[in-house]
Design a protein around this ligand. Sequence first.
Ligand code: URA
Length: 212
Amino acid sequence: MQLHVVSHPLVEHKLTVLRDKNTPSNTFRELVSELVMLEAYEATQDLIVEDHPIETPVAPMVGKKLAKPRPMVVPILRAGLGMLDGMTRLLPTAEVGFLGMKRDENTLDIITYANRLPEDLTGRQCFLLDPMLATGGTLVAAIHYLAERGARDITAIDIIAAPEGLKRLEKEVRPDIDFKVVVCGVDEKLNDKSYIVPGLGDAGDRLYGVID
Ligand code: URA
């Protein structure tokens, strides 16, 4: 696994405002989009391009365009949806799939309750979006879900990670998967409710408000 922590004064500034409990949902959503764009710039560094001949007003030249098949962006519901806008602003030609995953309260297994993904992801560069990499359970399950469909090049873009989740990914993700994690920050630890400390609270609630 490769871990990339995006280090930039703008990221530090925006992440601090995002963490602040007094930041309202509309500002929170805007900041998530901006942070994802900054992360996506680095996360897409290995995108495959191919030669593309064009003519400028002055002369012919061979430029570069993203190669086919198109990259696949997969937000994990619900909180990952808040990252989709930022990602597709940078990568408008990507195809978008969706993955809904949650923990079964009785068995504690991760179950997939929704998916809209191509059956065959062979040769696709895949980008999973989930703001909080906490225990890592959902992300491990999501990576293996994509891998069962043939994906071998998977990048997870998260806003904040906990060391516990990163360790779990290192241990549990299949070794044949080329796997990268891009984050804005790695925090101290998880608390006894599996929230990241200091973190930013429940990302889904902060994006979309709490449903009683
Ligand atoms: N999910 C969240 O939304 N926040 C956390 O701190 C951990 C998991």
